[in-house]
Design a protein around this ligand. Structure first.
Ligand code: IMP
Length: 422
Protein backbone atom coordinates (compact mmCIF):
# COMPACT_ATOMS: atom_id res chain seq x y z
CA UNK A 1 0.00 0.00 0.00
CA UNK A 2 1.40 3.39 -1.01
CA UNK A 3 0.55 6.59 0.83
CA UNK A 4 -1.61 9.09 -1.04
CA UNK A 5 -3.20 6.48 -3.31
CA UNK A 6 -6.63 5.05 -3.92
CA UNK A 7 -6.65 1.26 -3.75
CA UNK A 8 -9.63 -0.41 -5.36
CA UNK A 9 -11.34 -3.44 -3.92
CA UNK A 10 -13.59 -4.90 -6.57
CA UNK A 11 -15.82 -7.87 -7.09
CA UNK A 12 -14.60 -9.07 -10.45
CA UNK A 13 -17.29 -11.52 -11.46
CA UNK A 14 -21.07 -11.16 -10.84
CA UNK A 15 -20.97 -9.52 -7.40
CA UNK A 16 -21.60 -11.25 -4.08
CA UNK A 17 -17.95 -12.23 -3.84
CA UNK A 18 -17.84 -11.35 -0.16
CA UNK A 19 -16.40 -7.85 -0.45
CA UNK A 20 -17.98 -6.85 2.86
CA UNK A 21 -15.81 -9.22 4.82
CA UNK A 22 -12.62 -8.25 3.02
CA UNK A 23 -13.26 -4.54 3.43
CA UNK A 24 -13.74 -5.23 7.08
CA UNK A 25 -10.34 -6.92 7.22
CA UNK A 26 -8.77 -4.11 5.14
CA UNK A 27 -10.32 -1.03 6.73
CA UNK A 28 -7.93 -0.74 9.69
CA UNK A 29 -5.17 0.03 7.13
CA UNK A 30 -7.02 2.88 5.42
CA UNK A 31 -7.92 6.43 6.42
CA UNK A 32 -10.93 6.64 4.12
CA UNK A 33 -13.38 4.11 2.67
CA UNK A 34 -15.38 5.33 -0.32
CA UNK A 35 -18.20 3.85 -2.35
CA UNK A 36 -18.04 4.93 -5.99
CA UNK A 37 -20.90 3.11 -7.75
CA UNK A 38 -24.29 1.55 -7.24
CA UNK A 39 -26.73 2.07 -4.42
CA UNK A 40 -29.11 0.00 -2.33
CA UNK A 41 -28.94 -2.82 -4.89
CA UNK A 42 -25.76 -3.82 -3.04
CA UNK A 43 -25.85 -5.84 0.14
CA UNK A 44 -22.53 -6.14 1.91
CA UNK A 45 -22.83 -8.48 4.84
CA UNK A 46 -20.47 -7.68 7.66
CA UNK A 47 -20.12 -9.48 10.95
CA UNK A 48 -18.75 -6.99 13.44
CA UNK A 49 -18.24 -7.74 17.14
CA UNK A 50 -20.53 -10.74 16.80
CA UNK A 51 -23.35 -8.74 15.18
CA UNK A 52 -24.44 -9.08 11.58
CA UNK A 53 -25.05 -5.96 9.49
CA UNK A 54 -26.07 -5.73 5.85
CA UNK A 55 -24.73 -2.49 4.41
CA UNK A 56 -26.38 -1.27 1.23
CA UNK A 57 -25.31 2.30 0.57
CA UNK A 58 -23.03 3.01 3.50
CA UNK A 59 -19.33 2.13 3.12
CA UNK A 60 -17.96 -0.71 5.21
CA UNK A 61 -15.51 1.51 7.11
CA UNK A 62 -18.40 2.92 9.14
CA UNK A 63 -17.66 0.80 12.20
CA UNK A 64 -14.25 2.36 12.85
CA UNK A 65 -14.07 5.56 14.81
CA UNK A 66 -11.83 8.16 13.21
CA UNK A 67 -12.27 6.82 9.71
CA UNK A 68 -13.94 8.90 7.03
CA UNK A 69 -16.52 7.16 4.84
CA UNK A 70 -17.65 8.63 1.56
CA UNK A 71 -20.63 7.95 -0.66
CA UNK A 72 -19.18 9.20 -3.93
CA UNK A 73 -20.67 11.06 -6.87
CA UNK A 74 -20.99 7.83 -8.89
CA UNK A 75 -23.49 6.40 -6.41
CA UNK A 76 -27.26 6.63 -6.33
CA UNK A 77 -28.97 7.18 -2.98
CA UNK A 78 -32.52 6.39 -1.86
CA UNK A 79 -33.12 8.67 1.17
CA UNK A 80 -35.71 6.38 2.80
CA UNK A 81 -33.50 3.30 2.54
CA UNK A 82 -30.47 5.30 3.61
CA UNK A 83 -32.39 6.40 6.72
CA UNK A 84 -33.37 2.80 7.54
CA UNK A 85 -29.82 1.59 7.16
CA UNK A 86 -28.29 4.50 9.06
CA UNK A 87 -30.76 4.31 11.94
CA UNK A 88 -29.99 0.64 12.45
CA UNK A 89 -26.32 1.53 12.79
CA UNK A 90 -27.11 4.46 15.08
CA UNK A 91 -29.20 2.18 17.29
CA UNK A 92 -26.24 -0.18 17.47
CA UNK A 93 -24.19 2.73 18.82
CA UNK A 94 -22.25 3.98 15.79
CA UNK A 95 -22.01 7.72 15.35
CA UNK A 96 -22.47 8.16 11.62
CA UNK A 97 -22.64 11.91 11.23
CA UNK A 98 -19.02 12.47 12.14
CA UNK A 99 -17.81 9.61 9.93
CA UNK A 100 -19.84 9.87 6.76
CA UNK A 101 -19.82 12.41 3.95
CA UNK A 102 -22.21 12.13 1.01
CA UNK A 103 -21.33 13.66 -2.36
CA UNK A 104 -23.65 16.44 -3.44
CA UNK A 105 -23.15 15.06 -6.94
CA UNK A 106 -24.59 11.62 -6.12
CA UNK A 107 -28.01 11.08 -7.68
CA UNK A 108 -31.29 10.50 -5.86
CA UNK A 109 -33.49 7.46 -6.35
CA UNK A 110 -37.11 8.63 -6.20
CA UNK A 111 -40.02 6.38 -5.15
CA UNK A 112 -41.27 6.62 -8.74
CA UNK A 113 -37.89 5.34 -10.02
CA UNK A 114 -38.65 2.12 -8.21
CA UNK A 115 -42.07 1.91 -9.82
CA UNK A 116 -40.46 2.58 -13.20
CA UNK A 117 -37.97 -0.23 -12.49
CA UNK A 118 -40.92 -2.62 -12.01
CA UNK A 119 -42.74 -1.26 -15.05
CA UNK A 120 -39.72 -1.60 -17.36
CA UNK A 121 -39.08 -5.12 -16.10
CA UNK A 122 -42.73 -6.09 -16.63
CA UNK A 123 -42.61 -4.63 -20.15
CA UNK A 124 -39.57 -6.77 -20.98
CA UNK A 125 -41.52 -9.97 -20.28
CA UNK A 126 -39.32 -13.02 -20.59
CA UNK A 127 -36.30 -10.83 -21.40
CA UNK A 128 -36.41 -9.13 -18.04
CA UNK A 129 -33.07 -8.47 -16.34
CA UNK A 130 -34.18 -9.63 -12.91
CA UNK A 131 -33.22 -6.35 -11.25
CA UNK A 132 -33.25 -5.81 -7.50
CA UNK A 133 -36.23 -3.46 -7.97
CA UNK A 134 -34.45 -0.59 -6.21
CA UNK A 135 -34.83 1.86 -9.09
CA UNK A 136 -31.18 1.65 -10.14
CA UNK A 137 -31.67 1.53 -13.92
CA UNK A 138 -34.24 4.35 -14.14
CA UNK A 139 -32.10 6.62 -11.92
CA UNK A 140 -28.89 6.11 -13.87
CA UNK A 141 -30.84 6.47 -17.13
CA UNK A 142 -32.06 9.87 -15.99
CA UNK A 143 -28.59 10.81 -14.86
CA UNK A 144 -27.43 10.20 -18.44
CA UNK A 145 -30.50 11.98 -19.81
CA UNK A 146 -29.64 14.98 -17.60
CA UNK A 147 -33.04 15.08 -15.95
CA UNK A 148 -32.19 13.57 -12.57
CA UNK A 149 -32.05 15.08 -9.09
CA UNK A 150 -28.84 15.12 -7.10
CA UNK A 151 -28.17 15.09 -3.37
CA UNK A 152 -27.10 18.73 -3.69
CA UNK A 153 -30.61 19.61 -4.85
CA UNK A 154 -31.97 18.81 -1.41
CA UNK A 155 -31.20 22.32 -0.23
CA UNK A 156 -32.33 24.08 -3.34
CA UNK A 157 -36.02 24.53 -4.43
CA UNK A 158 -36.23 20.86 -3.72
CA UNK A 159 -39.98 20.27 -3.59
CA UNK A 160 -40.55 22.06 -6.85
CA UNK A 161 -37.91 19.97 -8.62
CA UNK A 162 -39.17 16.79 -6.99
CA UNK A 163 -42.76 17.37 -8.04
CA UNK A 164 -41.76 18.16 -11.62
CA UNK A 165 -39.73 14.96 -11.90
CA UNK A 166 -42.41 12.88 -10.20
CA UNK A 167 -45.03 14.24 -12.62
CA UNK A 168 -42.82 13.20 -15.53
CA UNK A 169 -42.52 9.70 -14.10
CA UNK A 170 -46.26 9.41 -13.54
CA UNK A 171 -46.83 10.43 -17.14
CA UNK A 172 -44.43 7.73 -18.38
CA UNK A 173 -46.15 5.14 -16.18
CA UNK A 174 -49.55 6.20 -17.43
CA UNK A 175 -48.32 5.99 -21.04
CA UNK A 176 -47.13 2.46 -20.27
CA UNK A 177 -50.54 1.64 -18.73
CA UNK A 178 -48.70 0.66 -15.56
CA UNK A 179 -51.18 1.75 -12.93
CA UNK A 180 -51.05 -0.93 -10.26
CA UNK A 181 -49.10 0.97 -7.63
CA UNK A 182 -49.57 3.32 -4.72
CA UNK A 183 -46.58 5.34 -3.59
CA UNK A 184 -48.31 7.24 -0.77
CA UNK A 185 -46.54 5.49 2.11
CA UNK A 186 -43.32 5.15 0.21
CA UNK A 187 -43.27 8.83 -0.61
CA UNK A 188 -43.95 9.78 3.02
CA UNK A 189 -41.00 7.70 4.21
CA UNK A 190 -38.89 9.05 1.36
CA UNK A 191 -39.59 12.67 2.36
CA UNK A 192 -38.78 11.75 5.94
CA UNK A 193 -35.53 10.29 4.61
CA UNK A 194 -34.76 13.54 2.81
CA UNK A 195 -35.24 15.48 6.05
CA UNK A 196 -33.05 12.97 7.87
CA UNK A 197 -30.32 13.28 5.23
CA UNK A 198 -30.19 17.04 5.76
CA UNK A 199 -28.55 16.40 9.14
CA UNK A 200 -25.63 14.69 7.39
CA UNK A 201 -22.58 16.25 5.81
CA UNK A 202 -23.55 16.62 2.15
CA UNK A 203 -20.28 17.80 0.68
CA UNK A 204 -18.10 18.12 -2.40
CA UNK A 205 -16.41 14.82 -1.69
CA UNK A 206 -14.28 15.07 -4.86
CA UNK A 207 -12.46 18.13 -3.50
CA UNK A 208 -12.12 16.48 -0.12
CA UNK A 209 -10.54 13.44 -1.69
CA UNK A 210 -8.03 15.57 -3.61
CA UNK A 211 -7.05 17.23 -0.35
CA UNK A 212 -6.77 13.90 1.47
CA UNK A 213 -4.61 12.45 -1.30
CA UNK A 214 -2.34 15.50 -1.17
CA UNK A 215 -1.97 14.90 2.57
CA UNK A 216 -0.81 11.34 1.84
CA UNK A 217 -3.93 9.62 3.17
CA UNK A 218 -4.80 6.09 2.04
CA UNK A 219 -8.16 5.63 0.42
CA UNK A 220 -9.99 2.40 -0.20
CA UNK A 221 -12.53 2.44 -3.03
CA UNK A 222 -15.11 -0.17 -2.12
CA UNK A 223 -16.71 -1.75 -5.15
CA UNK A 224 -20.29 -2.90 -5.48
CA UNK A 225 -21.74 -5.53 -7.80
CA UNK A 226 -19.07 -6.99 -10.10
CA UNK A 227 -17.22 -6.54 -13.38
CA UNK A 228 -19.65 -8.69 -15.35
CA UNK A 229 -22.50 -6.45 -14.17
CA UNK A 230 -20.71 -3.31 -15.37
CA UNK A 231 -22.81 -1.21 -17.75
CA UNK A 232 -20.03 -1.19 -20.39
CA UNK A 233 -18.08 -4.36 -19.78
CA UNK A 234 -20.66 -6.73 -18.34
CA UNK A 235 -23.01 -9.18 -20.01
CA UNK A 236 -25.20 -6.41 -21.43
CA UNK A 237 -28.18 -6.02 -21.24
CA UNK A 238 -28.17 -8.31 -18.19
CA UNK A 239 -26.12 -5.89 -16.13
CA UNK A 240 -26.56 -3.18 -13.54
CA UNK A 241 -26.42 0.45 -14.67
CA UNK A 242 -23.21 1.75 -13.12
CA UNK A 243 -19.47 1.50 -13.79
CA UNK A 244 -18.35 -1.19 -11.39
CA UNK A 245 -14.73 -1.41 -12.61
CA UNK A 246 -11.52 0.48 -11.86
CA UNK A 247 -12.53 3.07 -14.47
CA UNK A 248 -15.64 3.65 -12.36
CA UNK A 249 -13.44 4.42 -9.35
CA UNK A 250 -12.08 7.43 -11.25
CA UNK A 251 -15.43 8.68 -12.53
CA UNK A 252 -17.36 7.73 -9.40
CA UNK A 253 -15.04 9.50 -6.97
CA UNK A 254 -13.49 12.18 -9.15
CA UNK A 255 -9.93 10.91 -8.81
CA UNK A 256 -7.49 10.47 -11.66
CA UNK A 257 -6.00 7.22 -12.99
CA UNK A 258 -2.62 8.23 -11.59
CA UNK A 259 -4.13 8.19 -8.10
CA UNK A 260 -4.94 4.49 -8.33
CA UNK A 261 -2.60 2.19 -6.41
CA UNK A 262 -3.38 -1.48 -5.88
CA UNK A 263 -6.39 -3.11 -7.50
CA UNK A 264 -7.63 -6.04 -5.45
CA UNK A 265 -9.84 -8.38 -7.47
CA UNK A 266 -12.16 -10.53 -5.38
CA UNK A 267 -13.59 -13.77 -6.67
CA UNK A 268 -15.08 -16.87 -5.13
CA UNK A 269 -13.47 -20.32 -5.49
CA UNK A 270 -16.52 -21.05 -7.68
CA UNK A 271 -19.05 -18.90 -9.58
CA UNK A 272 -22.48 -17.48 -8.79
CA UNK A 273 -24.91 -15.15 -10.50
CA UNK A 274 -28.20 -13.59 -9.35
CA UNK A 275 -30.83 -12.48 -11.82
CA UNK A 276 -31.15 -13.33 -15.48
CA UNK A 277 -28.53 -13.45 -18.24
CA UNK A 278 -26.09 -15.91 -19.79
CA UNK A 279 -23.92 -17.92 -17.41
CA UNK A 280 -21.89 -20.55 -19.28
CA UNK A 281 -20.66 -22.32 -16.13
CA UNK A 282 -24.11 -22.67 -14.55
CA UNK A 283 -24.76 -26.11 -13.04
CA UNK A 284 -28.34 -27.35 -13.16
CA UNK A 285 -27.55 -30.58 -11.33
CA UNK A 286 -27.12 -31.59 -7.72
CA UNK A 287 -23.53 -30.27 -7.69
CA UNK A 288 -24.94 -26.78 -8.28
CA UNK A 289 -27.46 -27.33 -5.49
CA UNK A 290 -24.70 -28.57 -3.20
CA UNK A 291 -22.56 -25.47 -3.83
CA UNK A 292 -25.60 -23.24 -3.17
CA UNK A 293 -26.43 -25.02 0.07
CA UNK A 294 -22.91 -25.18 1.48
CA UNK A 295 -22.11 -21.62 0.35
CA UNK A 296 -25.50 -20.20 1.50
CA UNK A 297 -25.87 -18.70 -1.94
CA UNK A 298 -29.06 -16.71 -1.55
CA UNK A 299 -29.27 -13.01 -2.49
CA UNK A 300 -28.52 -10.55 0.36
CA UNK A 301 -30.97 -7.98 -1.06
CA UNK A 302 -33.71 -10.07 -2.64
CA UNK A 303 -33.26 -13.48 -0.99
CA UNK A 304 -33.31 -15.11 -4.43
CA UNK A 305 -31.44 -18.38 -5.10
CA UNK A 306 -28.08 -17.60 -6.65
CA UNK A 307 -27.22 -19.61 -9.73
CA UNK A 308 -24.06 -21.64 -9.06
CA UNK A 309 -21.22 -23.12 -11.11
CA UNK A 310 -17.49 -23.85 -11.18
CA UNK A 311 -14.82 -21.17 -11.40
CA UNK A 312 -14.73 -19.45 -14.78
CA UNK A 313 -11.20 -18.50 -15.83
CA UNK A 314 -12.39 -16.93 -19.11
CA UNK A 315 -14.43 -14.42 -17.14
CA UNK A 316 -11.70 -13.97 -14.54
CA UNK A 317 -8.99 -13.21 -17.11
CA UNK A 318 -11.26 -10.68 -18.84
CA UNK A 319 -12.02 -8.97 -15.52
CA UNK A 320 -8.34 -8.87 -14.55
CA UNK A 321 -7.54 -7.11 -17.82
CA UNK A 322 -10.45 -4.66 -17.63
CA UNK A 323 -9.57 -3.66 -14.08
CA UNK A 324 -5.78 -3.92 -14.04
CA UNK A 325 -6.00 -6.27 -11.06
CA UNK A 326 -2.70 -6.42 -9.17
CA UNK A 327 -3.72 -8.93 -6.47
CA UNK A 328 -6.37 -11.62 -6.37
CA UNK A 329 -8.41 -12.49 -3.29
CA UNK A 330 -10.11 -15.87 -3.27
CA UNK A 331 -13.20 -16.12 -1.09
CA UNK A 332 -15.13 -19.10 0.24
CA UNK A 333 -12.40 -21.66 -0.37
CA UNK A 334 -13.97 -23.79 2.39
CA UNK A 335 -17.21 -24.24 0.41
CA UNK A 336 -15.38 -26.70 -1.86
CA UNK A 337 -13.94 -28.72 1.07
CA UNK A 338 -16.01 -31.84 0.44
CA UNK A 339 -15.81 -32.17 -3.36
CA UNK A 340 -13.79 -35.10 -4.82
CA UNK A 341 -13.09 -33.22 -8.02
CA UNK A 342 -13.00 -29.51 -8.64
CA UNK A 343 -13.66 -28.30 -12.15
CA UNK A 344 -12.33 -25.11 -13.68
CA UNK A 345 -13.71 -23.56 -16.87
CA UNK A 346 -10.72 -22.85 -19.16
CA UNK A 347 -12.53 -21.97 -22.41
CA UNK A 348 -15.97 -21.49 -23.97
CA UNK A 349 -17.23 -23.46 -26.95
CA UNK A 350 -20.01 -22.79 -29.45
CA UNK A 351 -20.70 -24.31 -32.88
CA UNK A 352 -17.29 -26.00 -32.90
CA UNK A 353 -15.45 -22.76 -32.08
CA UNK A 354 -13.38 -22.60 -28.92
CA UNK A 355 -12.28 -19.37 -27.27
CA UNK A 356 -10.48 -18.26 -24.15
CA UNK A 357 -11.46 -14.59 -24.68
CA UNK A 358 -14.73 -13.20 -23.40
CA UNK A 359 -17.16 -13.15 -26.36
CA UNK A 360 -19.39 -10.15 -27.13
CA UNK A 361 -22.38 -12.23 -26.06
CA UNK A 362 -21.92 -15.29 -23.85
CA UNK A 363 -25.39 -16.63 -24.69
CA UNK A 364 -25.21 -20.18 -26.07
CA UNK A 365 -21.56 -20.75 -25.18
CA UNK A 366 -20.78 -23.82 -23.10
CA UNK A 367 -17.92 -24.26 -20.68
CA UNK A 368 -14.86 -26.40 -21.40
CA UNK A 369 -13.49 -27.75 -18.13
CA UNK A 370 -10.29 -29.08 -16.67
CA UNK A 371 -10.57 -31.28 -13.61
CA UNK A 372 -8.43 -30.88 -10.53
CA UNK A 373 -8.40 -33.06 -7.42
CA UNK A 374 -10.40 -31.80 -4.44
CA UNK A 375 -8.59 -31.30 -1.12
CA UNK A 376 -11.23 -33.10 0.97
CA UNK A 377 -10.07 -31.31 4.10
CA UNK A 378 -11.82 -28.91 6.44
CA UNK A 379 -10.15 -25.52 5.88
CA UNK A 380 -12.22 -23.50 8.31
CA UNK A 381 -9.78 -23.59 11.25
CA UNK A 382 -6.69 -22.83 9.14
CA UNK A 383 -4.89 -19.58 9.84
CA UNK A 384 -1.67 -20.04 7.87
CA UNK A 385 -0.95 -21.12 4.32
CA UNK A 386 1.52 -23.74 5.61
CA UNK A 387 -1.56 -25.64 6.86
CA UNK A 388 -3.14 -25.76 3.41
CA UNK A 389 -3.48 -29.24 1.87
CA UNK A 390 -1.39 -29.81 -1.27
CA UNK A 391 -4.47 -29.98 -3.53
CA UNK A 392 -5.60 -26.50 -2.41
CA UNK A 393 -2.08 -25.09 -2.86
CA UNK A 394 -2.12 -26.62 -6.36
CA UNK A 395 -5.55 -25.09 -7.10
CA UNK A 396 -4.26 -21.66 -6.11
CA UNK A 397 -1.05 -22.06 -8.12
CA UNK A 398 -3.08 -23.20 -11.12
CA UNK A 399 -5.16 -20.01 -10.98
CA UNK A 400 -2.09 -17.82 -10.50
CA UNK A 401 -0.30 -19.38 -13.46
CA UNK A 402 -3.33 -19.09 -15.72
CA UNK A 403 -4.07 -15.48 -14.69
CA UNK A 404 -0.53 -14.12 -14.23
CA UNK A 405 -1.61 -12.40 -10.99
CA UNK A 406 -0.82 -13.55 -7.44
CA UNK A 407 -3.52 -14.75 -5.06
CA UNK A 408 -2.60 -12.89 -1.87
CA UNK A 409 -5.54 -13.71 0.40
CA UNK A 410 -7.66 -16.84 0.74
CA UNK A 411 -10.81 -16.76 2.84
CA UNK A 412 -11.83 -20.00 4.56
CA UNK A 413 -14.95 -18.91 6.43
CA UNK A 414 -17.21 -15.95 7.20
CA UNK A 415 -15.36 -14.71 10.27
CA UNK A 416 -12.68 -12.04 10.11
CA UNK A 417 -10.24 -14.53 11.66
CA UNK A 418 -10.80 -17.03 8.85
CA UNK A 419 -8.61 -15.08 6.44
CA UNK A 420 -5.28 -16.50 5.34
CA UNK A 421 -2.57 -14.19 3.98
CA UNK A 422 -0.46 -15.84 1.30
P1 IMP B 1 -30.13 -3.66 -10.71
O1 IMP B 1 -28.76 -3.27 -10.28
O2 IMP B 1 -31.11 -3.72 -9.56
O3 IMP B 1 -30.63 -2.86 -11.86
O4 IMP B 1 -30.07 -5.17 -11.23
C1 IMP B 1 -29.41 -5.53 -12.45
C2 IMP B 1 -28.74 -6.90 -12.35
O5 IMP B 1 -27.65 -6.81 -11.44
C3 IMP B 1 -29.65 -8.01 -11.80
O6 IMP B 1 -29.30 -9.22 -12.44
C4 IMP B 1 -29.30 -8.07 -10.34
O7 IMP B 1 -29.55 -9.34 -9.78
C5 IMP B 1 -27.80 -7.78 -10.41
N1 IMP B 1 -27.28 -7.18 -9.18
C6 IMP B 1 -27.45 -5.92 -8.75
N2 IMP B 1 -26.82 -5.72 -7.60
C7 IMP B 1 -26.20 -6.86 -7.28
C8 IMP B 1 -25.33 -7.27 -6.21
O8 IMP B 1 -24.99 -6.51 -5.29
N3 IMP B 1 -24.89 -8.56 -6.27
C9 IMP B 1 -25.22 -9.39 -7.27
N4 IMP B 1 -26.00 -9.06 -8.29
C10 IMP B 1 -26.49 -7.80 -8.30
Amino acid sequence: MQKGKVDALLGIVFGDEGKGKVVDVFTPKYDVVARFAGGPNAGHTIIFEGKKFVLRSIPSGIFDEGKLNIIGNGCVVAPDLFMLEARELETAGYDLRSRLHISRRAHLILPTHRVLDRAYEAAKGKNKVGTTGKGIGPTYSEKAARTSLRVGDIGNNFLEKYNALKARHLQILSDMHFTDFDITDDEKRWMEGVEYMRSYQLTDTENELHQLLAEGKNILAEGAQGTLLDIDHGTYPFVSSSSTCTGGVCTGLGVSPKDIGEVFGIFKAYSTRVGAGPFPVELFDETGDRIREIGHEYGAVTGRNRRCGWLDLVALRYAININGVTQLIMMKGDVLDTFDTIRVCVAYEKDGVRTTSMPYDTEGWTAVYEDLPGWKTDLTAMTDKSQFPAALADYIRYIERAMGVPVTIVSVGPDRAQTVMM
